[in-house]
Design a protein around this ligand. Structure first.
Ligand SMILES: [Zn+2]
Ligand SMILES: [Zn+2]
Length: 350
C-alpha cells in the first residue's frame, strides 16, 4: 500500500476537503498512475451530494483522469512506466458476460466497477476517484493518451467525449447526415465537434439566441432557438439524429417533431423519468426511435482519443486549482464554465 492524498466529501452535505488515504500496491495486472489532470464532471456533484442515492462516503470524485505510469504489476503488457495514460468512468467489470465480451464494459450484466464510490471486485474497498495525486487500476481499464493531444484538454474526453462520440458512432452518423445537438455544455460542445468531424451538417438547439456565435465557433452550421415556436416548426421532419445532452427534465415532443421518418433521438444527459410524457404518435407515425446511451467501452474510449488526435479535437477547458473545487461546483450548477473545469493536480501539492 502507499499513501495518497486527495479531495473527498465526508457526507452529502459536507464540502470537499483534503484527505489522506491508502491506495493498494499494484496487483499483477495493475498500473499505478501519478495523476496530472482530472476533469470535473456533473456526475461528480450528483455523487458527492448523494443526489442519485448511491453515494458511499468518504466519496472522492473524478473520472476524467490523465497521468503518468509510475509502476506496473508483473503481468502488465499494455503499459509501461513513464507512459501517458487515461482512466475514465470504469475501473473494472466482470469481464466474461455478453456485454464485456463485446467490449461494452459499461453495460456489464453484473454492473461495472465505477472509478469512485463502488466496491472493488477483489477486496471490497470503496473505489476512490481522480481528485487525487495517484490511482491504481487494472491495465485493461487504462487507455493510452496520443502524443498529439494536450494532456489537460484530453482529460474530459474520457467522459464527456466518449459519452457523445459513442452514440454518434453506434448509429452510424456519416457525411451529409443532419444532426441536431441539444444543449451546449461539456457534452454538447464535444458532440458538435464530433458530428462535424464525421461530416454531418450540425445544428445546435439552445434556449438562448446569444449562444449562436459561440456555437458556430464550435463548428455548428446552424442554430435553432428552442423557445421560438416558429423556428422549431420550420425544422419539422428535418433531422436524421438528435443528440440530447440536456441533463434536466424537458419536453421531448417538440424535438421529436424535428426528426424525419426513421430519425433517432438519443438521450445521453438525462437519468430521470421523462416528463412531460412522450406522445407515442411522435414515434409511431414516423417510425422514429427514442434511444439512450451510456459512456462507451474501453476499446471505444481508446478509439475516441485517437479520433481526437487525428481530427485535432479537444475539449475547451478552464484550469482549476483544487482548493477552489467547491466554488467550481457552484459555477457549474450556474452554467458558468466554458466548458469543463480540469484540476491541475500540481495544485494539490501546494
Ligand atoms: Zn462524467
Ligand atoms: Zn460483464
Amino acid at each position: 500500500m502507499y499513501t495518497a492524498i486527495g479531495y473527498a466529501a465526508q457526507s452529502a452535505t459536507a464540502p470537499l476537503a483534503p484527505m489522506t488515504f491508502n491506495r493498494r500496491s499494484p496487483r499483477p495486472d495493475d498500473v499505478a498512475i501519478e495523476i496530472l489532470y482530472c476533469g470535473v464532471c456533473h456526475s461528480d456533484i450528483h455523487q458527492a451530494r448523494n443526489e442519485w442515492g448511491i453515494a458511499v462516503y468518504p466519496l472522492m470524485p473524478g473520472h476524467e483522469i490523465v497521468g503518468k505510469v509510475t509502476e506496473v504489476g508483473a503481468n502488465v503488457s499494455k503499459h509501461k512506466v513513464g507512459d501517458l495514460v487515461g482512466v475514465g468512468c470504469m475501473v473494472d467489470s466482470c469481464r466474461h458476460c455478453e456485454a464485456c465480451a463485446a467490449d461494452l464494459e459499461q453495460y456489464c450484466l453484473e454492473g461495472p466497477t465505477l472509478t469512485y464510490a463502488t466496491p472493488d471486485r477483489i477486496d471490497g474497498s470503496n473505489t476512490m476517484g481522480g481528485y487525487s495525486n495517484s490511482i491504481v487500476v487494472s491495465e485493461h481499464f487504462v487507455v493510452r493518451i496520443p502524443e498529439k493531444l494536450d494532456l489537460a484538454a484530453a482529460a474530459p474526453i474520457l467522459c464527456a467525449g466518449i459519452t457523445t462520440y459513442s452514440p454518434l458512432k453506434h448509429y452510424g452518423v456519416k457525411a451529409g447526415d443532419k444532426v441536431g445537438v441539444l444543449g451546449m455544455g461539456g457534452l454538447g460542445h464535444m458532440g458538435i465537434k464530433f458530428a462535424k468531424a464525421m461530416g454531418a451538417e450540425v445544428t445546435l438547439f439552445t434556449r438562448s439566441a446569444s449562444k449562436a456565435e459561440e456555437a458556430r465557433r464550435q463548428g455548428a452550421d446552424h442554430v435553432i432557438v428552442s423557445t421560438d415556436a416558429e423556428q422549431m416548426k420550420a425544422a419539422a421532419g428535418h433531422f436524421d439524429f438528435l443528440l440530447d445532452t440536456i441533463p434536466v427534465q424537458h419536453d421531448l415532443n417538440p424535438y421529436l417533431e424535428t426528426l424525419r421518418f426513421d430519425g433517432v433521438h438519443i438521450l445521453v444527459g438525462l437519468i430521470e423519468p421523462i416528463d412531460p410524457a412522450v406522445h407515442a404518435a411522435n414515434l409511431v407515425m414516423k417510425r422514429r426511435v427514442l434511444a439512450g446511451s451510456l459512456i462507451g467501452g474501453i476499446a471505444e474510449t481508446q478509439e475516441v482519443l485517437d479520433f481526437c488526435a487525428e481530427h485535432d479535437i479537444s475539449c475547451d477547458i478552464e484550469m482549476l486549482d483544487i482548493k477552489n473545487i467547491n466554488q467550481a461546483y457552484e459555477r457549474m450548477i450556474a452554467g458558468d464554465v466554458k466548458y469543463r473545469f480540469v484540476i491541475d493536480m500540481a495544485t494539490l501539492k501546494a
